[in-house]
Design a protein around this ligand. Structure first.
Ligand SMILES: O=C(O)CCC(=O)C(=O)O
Length: 257
């Protein structure tokens, strides 16, 4: 089995990284997968030729669950995700001048669940790509952590995420306040190198503009959450119980299923 670089060092996560994440609600980790792993992951994703910006259903694939486990084994990523959390969603986003789009300032409020549960605390039911989504209370959303793995360099011209630091700690923010936070700033443009990751709280206000450069910006956006949900809800998929798959992501040719 090929050696995974971060397993070799097992170095502890830096206190600065953890403090930044706690304070701002996001942090960039320069390298979470190698260049060759990026190639292998991109091959598994394949050519995504829909007109929409991405697809939300990747966690049904073995390679994607394996990648979630591989991320969890990275000391810096692991330090930012609560113990016991499992991967509950993986969305692929592709942006380029040919497939261009923007997202206005918002928080991620919806989670994918297996079936509808009627409870006064649950609102905003919707269905996308055949999956049911609900907006649970902020107390649950505050526990989630998103890990955005970049398969291409994402610089200023490539439509990077822009985040308003500290807004993850303000609960649900209405649309008018969200616009005000963005206008008053500060707003941080999160550039990330190929193989790096932006780790963020889904409640942190974020937006992204259209790409103006020549790069194709491919991102796998994982969400990690608690294994069990309140109110009788169940995750649509949860991929945390797999053990012993580390390193498989290095040789993913032929395991894209
Ligand atoms: O990838 C992007 O540019 C936007 C993604 C986003 O807004 C989201 O995941 O909620």
């Amino acid at each position: 089995m090929a050696e995974v670089p971060w397993q070799a060092s097992q170095r502890p996560a830096s206190a600065v990284l953890i403090d930044t994440f706690l304070r701002d609600g996001f942090a960039v980790i320069p390298t979470v997968v190698t260049e060759s792993q990026c190639d292998a992951i991109a091959a598994c994703v394949g050519s995504f030729d829909s007109d929409s910006p991405g697809t939300r259903s990747l966690l049904t694939h073995d390679w994607c669950r394996t990648l979630a486990e591989t991320l969890r084994a990275h000391a810096d990523v692991d330090a930012l995700i609560p113990a016991g959390h499992v991967a509950v969603q993986c969305t692929y986003f592709e942006k380029s001048v040919d497939k261009n789009w923007l997202v206005p300032i918002h928080q991620d409020l919806s989670i994918p669940v297996r079936e509808r549960v009627d409870h006064p605390a649950l609102r905003g039911w919707s269905e996308k790509e055949g999956t049911l989504f609900v907006q649970p209370p902020a107390e649950l959303l505050e526990t989630l952590v998103a890990v955005r793995v970049h398969l291409d360099p994402c610089m200023e011209d490539d439509g990077p995420l822009q985040i308003v630091p500290g807004t993850h700690a303000r609960g649900r923010i209405d649309a008018a306040d969200a616009r005000r936070f963005r206008r008053d700033g500060p707003v941080v443009t999160c550039t990330v190198d190929r193989g790096g990751a932006l780790v963020m709280r889904p409640l942190a206000l974020h937006a992204s503009s259209k790409a103006t450069g020549t790069c194709r910006r491919r991102v796998l956006h994982f969400v990690f959450g608690p294994p069990a949900l309140p109110y009788g809800l169940r995750w649509e998929h949860a991929a945390g119980q797999q053990i012993g798959l580390l390193g498989k992501v290095d040789g993913m040719d032929g395991v894209c299923q």
